[in-house]
Design a protein. Structure first.
Length: 549
């Protein structure tokens, strides 16, 4: 989308009759403010959506060294971006300029107005998405500052957590950025204290855990203690689809994830075979839109919230979370997906986050500029990573164990890999050993057909070598296959714990009222579209089960 069109979407002007209709629809009172009054402060959690009737609202980025005006909303303009619906903290300051009249809607009132006024809904949601995209692409929005070494595993972990949760931040590399010394002195810390997280002139956190980071930044929404209709564990494509359909159909829906919404698909730089996106869509964009949809319909998302244990109290599933919190639900959907297996070679674990990665996104690519890298794996994720990295790296070695790249990769990706000049495909090749001094510098590879061993000088290796299900937290009542994937439907009929009057539903597990969808389910098709289909399909079975209660 060209910048002009994006700006038009991001900053539309509502006609006076549209403003009046919104005021009637939402029953929002007209409020009057003097010049210079702050409506929203960066970091606020519970802030209103404002529509200007007269006067103006100035939007200011306060995250850099000096405040910077990024937009001014005049009559018919409105404040906000996706944070209004997701519940995340505000990332800007909003201040009135001149005497200003406006309508203010709470998050609940805004959600109701979006449901009741379709035309208004389209304008606002498109603007929210476009505004966040403009901020990401501007290059001038500082956001949070993460200061740390490129060779620090904790620096990478913090950057990865923020990126996957779509938090805007700027990384300052100890080894490369000229401003690091000045900022560390300003914050009163030394290099040994890094990584640190700061905003504007305030030091926020020193090497926080992911949970401390989420709570310190106001990202984590408490899962709550009330009984919910549906708890979903895992916010990948299957879990997000279930949350959208469940919440839109009136189910009290809680979505939990240990890290971030999007799952493995959220780390994909280009999904080209998903229906309706002929030019492709990134995993981040897909997850962004799904999270916005789920929140719009009232689903509650809690991240990070790791499910540690599942038990049952009569007919109700009870989830115990990492912090000791408990969630009780009428129905449970297991959508925890799968994670890529670690390369079982010498040195791998020591280099994770220091040159060995399991996703290829801009977060990792920044460290691959004009250097040689390797991608290991023969599936679509590996192919997408190789093509993406070829745009930043000097050379990409693509390693596969077999001789036929088309065995498990879509044909369009095979052609792209084979036709990209700086991708070298190494067939019948396996990694044997890794080398480096604090960070990855080389790997030894062996050709299984000829026995030849070679050393590749590399700065990064990306591994996509097959997945293991995230089912270690499940009790024995939930039957799995020999590889740990959850059994459902006819596969659990013989040992099913449900009533004799019906067979288990297609996505129902060995425990009545507990369902599984997406990559975690035994026999599922490991594709984004399939996971979305299963997640949405699960809601029909949830409704059928709730009728029995």
């Amino acid at each position: 989308m060209v910048a002009h069109d994006l700006n038009q979407l991001a900053f539309p002007t509502l006609e006076p009759d549209q403003v009046a209709e919104l005021a009637r629809c939402s029953e929002a009172p007209l409020q009057r403010y003097e010049d210079g009054q702050t409506l929203i402060e960066a970091g606020d959690r519970d802030f209103d959506f404002h529509v200007v009737k007269s006067g103006a609202i100035e939007i200011v980025d306060v995250s850099g060294d000096e405040p910077r005006v990024v937009a001014v909303h005049g009559p018919g303009g409105f404040t906000g971006d996706v944070s209004h619906l997701t519940g995340n903290p505000a990332i800007i300051r909003a201040v009135t300029r001149g005497p200003t009249e406006l309508y203010a809607l709470s998050r609940k009132a805004l959600r109701e107005a979006l449901d009741q006024c379709p035309t208004f809904s389209d304008i606002v949601l498109q603007a929210f998405i476009a505004r966040r995209q403009l901020i990401r692409e501007s290059g001038s929005f500082v956001g949070l500052r993460v200061i740390g070494s490129r060779y620090s595993q904790d620096t990478f972990r913090i950057r990865d957590f923020l990126a996957r949760n779509r938090v805007l931040y700027t990384w300052l590399d100890l080894e490369a950025d000229a401003d690091v010394g000045r900022l560390l002195e300003e914050f009163g810390v030394g290099a040994a204290d890094t990584p640190v997280v700061a905003c504007a002139h305030q030091l926020l956190l020193r090497n926080p855990t992911n949970l401390e980071l989420a709570e310190g930044l106001g990202l984590r929404r408490q899962p709550g203690t009330e009984l919910v209709d549906l708890a979903i564990v895992g916010a990948g494509p299957a879990g997000l689809a279930a949350a959208v359909y469940g919440a839109s159909e009136g189910l009290a829906t809680l979505l939990l994830d240990r890290a971030a919404a999007g799952g493995q698909a959220g780390a994909s730089m280009r999904i080209e075979n998903y229906l309706g996106f002929a030019t492709g869509i990134t995993g981040t964009e897909l997850a962004d839109r799904a999270v916005l949809q789920a929140n719009r319909f009232g689903a509650r998302l809690s991240v990070p919230s790791s499910a540690m244990r599942l038990a049952f109290d009569g007919r109700y599933p009870i989830l115990t979370l990492e912090g000791g919190e408990s969630v009780v639900a009428k129905c449970l959907l297991i959508a925890t997906g799968a994670q890529y297996r670690r390369l079982e070679v010498d040195g791998c674990e020591a280099f994770e986050g220091r040159g060995v990665y399991y996703a290829a996104t801009p977060n990792e690519a920044r460290q691959c500029q004009s250097v040689d890298v390797a991608v290991v794996g023969g599936g679509n994720s590996a192919g997408q990573a190789a093509v993406f990295l070829s745009g930043v790296a000097r050379k990409v070695y693509h390693l596969i164990r077999g001789s036929d790249l088309g065995k498990s990769m879509s044909s369009y990706l095979v052609r792209r890999v084979e036709q990209t000049d700086n991708i070298e495909l190494l067939r019948d090749t396996e990694v044997q050993r890794m080398h480096g001094d604090g960070h990855l510098q080389a790997v030894d590879v062996r050709n299984s057909r000829t026995g030849e061993v070679a050393r590749l000088e590399l700065s990064a290796l990306f591994s996509f070598i097959g997945a293991v299900p995230r089912t270690e937290w499940l009790p024995q009542e939930i039957e799995t296959d020999s590889r740990g994937f959850v059994l459902t439907g006819a596969a659990v009929k013989a040992a099913w714990q449900g009533p004799t009057t019906r067979d288990p539903f297609l996505l129902e597990t060995s425990r009545r009222g507990v369902f599984a969808a997406g990559d975690v389910r035994s026999g599922s098709v490991k594709r984004v579209a399939s996971a979305v289909g299963e997640g949405s399909m699960a809601i029909q079975f949830v409704h059928e089960y709730l009728k029995e209660m």
